[in-house]
Design a protein around this ligand. Sequence first.
Ligand SMILES: [Zn+2]
Length: 671
Amino acid sequence: MNSLPDLENLLRKYFGFEGFLDHQKDIVHRIAAGENLCVVMPTGAGKSLCYQLPAMLNDSYTLVISPLIALMADQVAALQRRNIPAAFINSSISFAEQLHAVRETENGRIKLLYVAPERLQTDFFYDFLCRNKPATLVVDEAHCISEWGHDFRPSYRRIGTIAERAGIKHICAFTATATPDVCADIAVQLKSPEMQLVAAGFRRPNLTFKVQECKGGKDAKLSAIKKLLEKKTSGAVIIYAATRQAVDELSALPGIRGYHAGMSNDERKCAQEYFMTDPAPVLAATNAFGMGIDRPDVRMVIHYQLPGSLEAYYQEAGRAGRDGESAECILLFSYADRYIQNFLIEMNNPPPAVIRSVYRTVRGLLASSTAAELEISAAELQRHIPESASDGQISAALGILEKAGAIIRKSRQTGTGKLKFIQDVDSLRVLHQEEKTQRSRFIHRMTVRYGSALKDFLPVNIDSMAEMCQLSPEQIKRVITALNNDILLWESGFSGRAIELADNNMTEAPLDDKELNFRREYEEQRLNAVIHYATTSDCRQKELIGYFGEKPDNWQCNCCDNCAGHSPEALLASGISENDIRVALRGAELFNGRIGAVKLAQILAGSRSAGIIAGNYHRNVCFGALRKLKAAKVEELIRSLIASGLLERVERGGYPCIRLSASGKAKLYEG
Ligand SMILES: [Zn+2]
């Protein structure tokens, strides 16, 4: 077996690094020793080196499966620059080039061979694989193998079977984003029960994570945003919002620009350019923004609404501070956000009965029409299915039916419609012959091309009109909107996806209720993890890295709001006196593990709630001892005392209670 010093020599020789990053060392060593690992490491933490380096030790080659065809050529070129013999096979190169890569590998001249997952399934490649077994099979972007991953690819599903048939034993999976559940599924799919999970590199000590509770809905959040932006000095700010509507609200504020998928290509390009080139841009965006955009000096990432999952949150917040300088990740939280996310879960997971009803309705509508395809919007379809909650739910049901193989949806039709001119066509042609403006060019060219046919409604297409006028489709749409009801009449056509039955004999939709319910529960669990992150009194970063399976041990970031906010200094700074702390500690000592944190706070604040009266707590000596503070403040104080270890949690009769800890006692009597 090779020792770590050998690996460090190779690291110097090929990569020019003096040593491994902490989290790389163990992984490289274990892969070199032949262990099957599922490695979860965030983007930018030096993931690929972890398999590229051990590949140099083997006599045979390492096969890397990657779906990122566009990046393959770059990765291979980077390896070749380091004198590491590498090649790739995917649909972007000719058959002759593919054959060449295969021959080079067969002749032992290649150390790393990258292929797209689809290649594996060809007989040609499978034969090659059996003749030339790789020393290691690396599955990159391995979350694509799991249906629970956010980017499931059916072609990834067969990797395990093919590896098993070809007799490949050493398999490692890599991904930047997967929870331990997804990793377990990856191991199952790759038929490698011995595969071990290693999550590493998630710590980002330069990032300060904060959660700011905003009571009072939208206005509270908007004013929180304004305050946060006031203190900003340099670098970029991204504000992530859950909906396009929220992005529009935010970009209405001065100094904030918007980005979402509903904007035209030109508008989006323009917003991206602003973000990349402005010295201090502030961009409000949906999660459509960010892929492939890498600005190192993002100083603040604000989440205006709850993200759908902690995977999404870590990825989006992680765009802050890529330059290693300190940056802030702030989540604005209100309990009402939970309802928005619940609504989204409800929408994306229609009850099986609704999905079945959608199928029957589509089938019935098609049977009563002569057309083979149904051109109907989700909103229209919903009118036939009163038990559904929204048209969004109908769209989701159609997606599920398509995935189940019950229906086929054609690609989206856009830009078709009917148009007629309501002013005299001949005089318009003469009037606009100089084509001085976009409108004028449109009118002139349309009248020349179609003449008097424009007196009646004429079916047209935005793209072909754009070509004829040498304008962009967006410009044509704007021109038509401007001229509508004045020079012309425009009726836009069906702009959705036509539906067809996959099998006319299928009377009921083939659904797996168990799986549908499981998916819903899974999404609910992910949301609960986000709520837990937002409400925890533990270190926020510790919470995040633990979610991804990295073992925090005793580590904490020491800079998040919880780490910083619970220090005695922070409590004193927030208007709580040393004496208030002692009063709270004495209260906890008195009840000695018989009541919970909320009750203790109510007693100290002097709350006359039903529970307090019923328990006769209003006659206790501590009752109202911290009356001068607001009830919420007392609750915050108790939470802080728990987080800083002066109070500790105990269980009594199944209920979580609190008592004075040893260090609390010391503080009360010695400090
Ligand atoms: Zn912390």
